[in-house]
Design a protein around this ligand. Structure first.
Ligand code: XBP
Ligand code: MG
Length: 251
């Protein structure tokens, strides 16, 4: 029975703590440049994160503010292009940090020769430099972003396409996510999922094969597989257990 044969990382909220002090700031800067009085507080932004995709998030918000759909779509496109440039600058200024403990997990997976991948809703023009900044250019065998798929999470498109391009069957592959949208996308592609919640995680993630409080140290199991976290951290051993359990359950 196959153990762990690959790990697919989500980006925003999983590899990096990027939303409140990164993306949200970039959106607000874009509103300012366009002369719009909108400003997303951390609380308002948290609610808006239910919509994956920055452009889609903008369009929905503008329609809620009373902009006609076609006008909202056009304005969202202009705002998102500005926002993306601002966020690229925030990334290049080194202001988007890794979540605590995730670098140790990536290093352990690399030394165990486990193939690593990225599946994100984010835009490639900032995803690429952000990953290179923290992990170099050879850590992830394949990176798929919202720029390459038709439908965004919770649609499974990005995961299905990644498995296809990587020549992987779902068996032995584990996804690591931070949101309900991400969990649903992974499950939609029949990939078992570990959720590592953060302050912006909302809704019920208990369908995940495993939910842990963090990457560690000091992490604890919240729900899912009944297993200990040796050393209080998410490790190759734990991810292997998730893969084996999923293989045993789904055959
Ligand atoms: C999170 C998202 C993205 C970001 C904003 O992506 O939904 O839309 O919030 O980035 P994930 P863009 O958790 O899948 O990494 O403005 O580039 O969409
Ligand atoms: Mg995420």
């Amino acid at each position: 029975m196959p153990g762990l044969r690959g790990v697919i990382f989500d980006v925003d909220g999983t590899l990096v703590d990027s939303e409140r002090d990164g993306h949200r700031v970039a959106f607000n800067l874009a509103f300012g440049v366009m002369g719009l009085s909108y400003e997303w507080s951390p609380e308002v932004y948290g609610a808006l994160l239910a919509t994956a995709g920055g452009r889609q998030r903008l369009s929905g918000f503008l329609q809620e503010q009373g902009h006609p759909k076609s006008e909202a779509e056009t304005l969202a496109g202009e705002l998102h292009r500005l926002k993306t440039r601002f966020f690229e600058e925030i990334v290049l200024d080194g202001e988007v940090g890794l979540r605590p403990g995730v670098d140790a997990l990536v290093a352990e997976l690399k030394s165990a020769d486990i193939p690593l991948f990225v599946a994100t809703t984010g835009t490639r023009s900032w995803v690429q430099p952000l990953l290179a900044q923290h992990f170099g250019t050879t850590t992830f065998e394949l990176v798929l972003t919202g720029s390459e798929v038709h439908a965004l999470k919770p649609d499974p498109d990005v995961y299905v396409e990644l498995l296809r391009q990587a020549g992987l069957a779902g068996l032995g592959v584990v996804a690591i996510e931070d949101s309900v949208n991400g969990l649903r996308a992974a499950h939609g592609a029949s990939i078992p999922c570990v959720v590592v919640p953060n302050d912006y995680t909302q809704g019920d993630v208990s369908e995940a094969e495993l939910v842990v409080s963090g990457f560690g140290p000091g992490a604890r199991r919240i729900s899912g597989l009944l297993l200990a976290l040796p050393g209080g951290r998410l490790s190759v051993e734990v991810l292997d257990r998730v893969a084996l359990s999923a293989a045993a359950t789904h055959g």
